[in-house]
Design a protein. Sequence first.
Length: 587
Amino acid sequence: MAARSADIPFLRVPVGHDAHRWSTFPGERRLVVATRTLTSTIRALETLPPVLRADPRVSVVFAHDPTSAFSDGSLDLLHDAGCRVMPWEQLPYAAPDLILSTSENINVSEGECPVLVLPHGIGFQKYVPDSRSPRRRLSGVAPDALFEAGRAWTAVSHPEQERQLLAAHPKSAGRTLLIGDPCLDELLVSGDRRGDYRRALGVADGQRLVLMTSTWGPTSLIGRDPGLPARLLADLPWDEYRVALVLHPNVWSAHGAWHLRALLAEALDAGLLLIPPVHDWRPALVAADAVIGDHGSVTLYGAALAKPLALAAYGEEAVPGTAAADLAELAPRFEPQGGPLRQIEAVLRAHADQPERYAPAVSRAFDEPGTALTRLRTALYGLLRLEPPPTPPPAPLVLVPPGPLATNVTSWVVGTRIETEEAGRTAVTVRRVPAAVGEAWSEEGEGDAGDGCFSHLSVRPGEERDQRLTESASVLVASDPAPTAAAARSWGRNALATWPGSLLAATALTSGDCLVVLRDGRTVLASADAWNPASGAASARAGNLDPGLVSAAVYTCLRAGRPPAAGSMTLRVGARRDDVLLSSWSP
């Protein structure tokens, strides 16, 4: 439930009738930041700090309007950020010199101070329900009463938006300020940190990150197809792809984190990176290799970063003739019931052939990237009737890496294929999908599809919480590396004794090798050393082995009736080919 204004006490400082008695700083001008929704609160906290730094002349206080359907979470966010928050009822007594709002749908008290509306999205590209009537309204536009009173100013990121606003609301004539987009500027300046963001999200080298983004409402991506994240994870090979989901803050505010996690439980169990609504969506977008979106602003930000993208939804509330509409004309559609892997690979190929495909839409959305904070500071101080401080104009700051996300996958449905390469060399191709989104598993599900193809269930028994999966697993994989082969052998034998339905158990060694224990007591020691057939010896170490992949190869050899001989085997995972040296095969 949204907080009521009565839950927030009237402030005595920095506002109040005797605030001057208690204030430490002179506060020549008073800026009130009006917040109403979780989305607008996030945008205010992301944008304002670099603009208002190092100036004791400006006293800043936040006023919280709890009447929005999407206000839940905004008050907590303000308090967590250390903001001074006054109830909306105190606004008439606060005597502000300027009201800044990142939500246009505000009902400010009568007065003379200007009101600057800083949109929390990109322009005016969506019709939304009007909370004051059963009709719809254009998102981002301040009430006509504020324009009529000569108080409203609207920040825009491109001259096209000024023309659109004038056509839809003639009373806005002369009341726009061309600012640019501070959020885009931060995204652009953070491109060099892309590798840091990927590592923070757990995306390995060689993996692709597919970022799904959804606005709110029934015609959004998540509203139309809440099962799409799970289907992507079921079709994209685990070793080659990671999947992230960015939801509009209105979805979080209206439905709550508990419900979202319950709704997306299968996808979360399969490793979905559900990006929190505050701040982390920006580095996640920079980290992405492809974007699957809808008519929300994040999709257009992705186009501005030249990301390969496709639209999985496009609602009728999108406004024709805007940059978002141009993007919808240019972008391919992602068919919800089509094969995700095939479609994503097609999007990546098309983007490689035409990387500037979305430039016409982007050019209509953003003006002079890199200058938004400087222009916003100029506008703020002009409305406050103050000279800007002598400090250098603010520059967009590099985004901090996102926090860790709990996406530990502990069981996989594994498909394999065994072939013979030249010179009789054995090659095994492995494709893993998290069991949470794989086909329903049972003991009868393990099978031989013919032509050297097999499938099995692989589980980390120390972490998997669904005991039915562990009981059905053919392959057990240790969660932690063992210091010695003897320790790995001991773990494997104990695991097989505990779970009698399993055929083999695999453990990584701290040396980078991998030990596989079979139920009949034999062991296979594998390393990532490349085998040199000419010399009959191993070359320098190539890297650490994943026990889940090695055990899949050993399992496949056994099922095919071709126990691996000592020597080198080719292990294929997607486009990657690794040489695996089997240096022992013994009782």
